[in-house]
Design a protein around this ligand. Structure first.
Ligand code: NAD
Length: 454
């Protein structure tokens, strides 16, 4: 398997995908290892996870360079991701004991009723490349703390980072037969689906998510899917500062080159401030430094996957044919890497694929609206349900709009944000189940009800 640098289209290294025999042997080892791991006191398991976090932080620069080389993520954003993902560990340390301890529900006469939370067993974590620290930690750290063993299949576009996770978890004291990273692409992913595992936790595209859910349905084990989105942002005419709203919206749309599951993917703006907002938005996006992701001031690097350049071009051409106006960018940048100009199209509508299908790149469509009712109708007009945002100075007005959203997360005056304190979940084609918060810990356990009579 070739690992390429998307900034230069050169090969970083060649890795052998795991052989089926080795994968099956690993499965047996993990089942054995999990039994012992589940017996470790919770504090000890947490201690290994804390140590892992410290190791990751102390190798931050080197790890950020690995991530940037294999995904093209600008180095400052790689560093931010590594630092930011530590909040998952802090959340686990402060909450795991509370959420995993036995619940003494009731005593009725001589009968006591308890709930004990037992680990699932060995779980598969098939992951994505765009935020491997965040989306990886959301799953494998929570799973480990709850007493599971993990077979981690990083994306083929973030394999080097996945190997570092394995190295540092083992160095931190997590036994080798409790966490394993398997190298390979979709073929290896498919082989993982054929193993006898006790849960499948997936982060990636809708198409693969549905395939995974269908493939493992007969096993009747938990399946959790964190999938894509087409997240809307509505800017009302009463925002305190149109300029600031444009700056925040642009960051939500273009951070990590637009390759975030909860990136702002479509913007609706009140007709009363439309021209002013569009100008401020374009000025902001035009100021982003584009180029070598290894440089600290770069904000837009190459796309991670070459094929996505074609998707962006198709969405742009389709929007132009259907009446959109190109206000910034529009083209693939002539270079050896997978660079696309940050692109802004205005006067968009829902006949355009740009406003309906996941873009996952540095491209955004803006549409004018004349009322909250129209904005709500357009924001809801999607197969996805990950996040939705409103920028307004009026909390009641924003809350009334957000109540109408069929999404797992809603934002008022912020966007493109994930917090370990609240559940992260997608509705409709954006997924199934929750990570993070108490629910994110509970995702990795199964309740056992005890009815005890003296
Ligand atoms: P992808 O679906 O192409 O791949 C994800 C993983 O699935 C990879 O590890 C891949 O090797 C594996 N895979 C592919 N085919 C498989 C098969 N047949 N069987 C088993 N495994 C298989 O997705 P991607 O391009 O890596 O990720 C981008 C997508 O992920 C976007 O849609 C993004 O929105 C979504 N995402 C969602 C969240 C969230 O929390 N909701 C977070 C990050 C990314």
């Amino acid at each position: 398997m070739l690992v390429k640098n998307p900034a230069t289209d050169t090969v970083l290294t060649t890795l052998a995908a795991i052989e089926l025999d080795d994968l099956q042997k690993m499965e047996v080892d993990l089942h054995k290892g999990q039994k012992k791991w589940a017996q470790y006191p919770l504090k000890e398991r947490l201690g290994h996870v804390v140590k892992f976090g410290q190791l990751i932080l102390s190798h931050k620069q080197e790890l950020a360079e690995i991530l940037t080389k294999e995904t093209g993520k600008p180095i400052s954003q790689s560093i931010n991701e590594i630092q930011g993902a530590q909040n998952r560990i802090e959340h686990l340390v402060s909450n795991a004991e509370r959420w995993l301890s036995t619940e003494h529900v009731t005593s009725i006469g001589a009968t006591q009723e308890l709930v004990v939370y037992e680990p699932l067993g060995v779980i598969a974590n098939i992951s994505a490349w765009n935020f491997p620290y965040n989306v990886g930690f959301n799953v494998f750290l929570y799973a480990l703390v709850a007493g599971n063993a993990v077979l981690y299949k990083p994306s083929e576009f973030a394999t080097l980072t996945g190997r570092e996770f394995e190295k540092y978890l083992h160095q931190a004291g997590v036994p080798e037969d409790v966490f394993r990273c398997v190298i390979g692409d979709s073929r290896t992913g498919q082989q993982v689906l054929d193993l006898s595992l006790d849960g499948y936790f997936f982060t990636g595209s809708y198409k693969t998510g549905v395939h995974i859910a269908q493939s493992v349905a007969h096993k009747l084990v938990p399946v959790q899917l964190e999938l894509g989105g087409k997240d809307p942002l509505y800017v009302t005419e009463d925002v305190v500062d149109v300029q600031q709203a444009a700056v925040s919206a642009a960051e939500g749309a273009f951070y990590n080159n637009g390759q975030s599951c909860c990136a702002v993917e479509r913007i609706y703006v009140s007709d009363k401030i439309y021209d002013q907002f569009v100008q401020a938005f374009i000025d902001e996006v035009a100021s982003y430094p584009v180029g070598n992701p290894m440089l600290l001031d770069t904000f837009i690097g190459p796309l991670t996957r070459e094929a996505q350049l074609g998707v962006l071009q198709e969405q742009i051409q389709d929007a132009l044919l259907k009446g959109a106006s190109l206000r910034l960018g529009g083209h693939i940048i002539d270079s050896s890497g997978y660079y696309h100009q940050p692109t802004v199209l205005i006067d968009c509508n829902h006949d355009m694929s740009l406003m309906r299908e996941e873009t996952f790149g540095p491209l955004i469509g803006i549409q004018k609206v004349s009322s909250d009712e129209e904005a709500i109708q357009l924001m809801r007009d999607t197969d996805y349900g990950l996040t939705a945002a409103v920028f307004s100075s009026n909390r009641d007005r924003a809350m009334a709009i957000l109540k109408e959203m069929d999404t797992g997360t809603v934002y008022w005056n912020c966007c493109d944000r994930v917090s370990p304190n609240v559940p992260w979940s997608g509705r409709k084609n954006s997924g199934l189940g929750s990570t993070l918060s108490s629910q994110g810990i509970r995702a990795f356990v199964q309740p056992k009800a005890y009815h005890l009579r003296q």
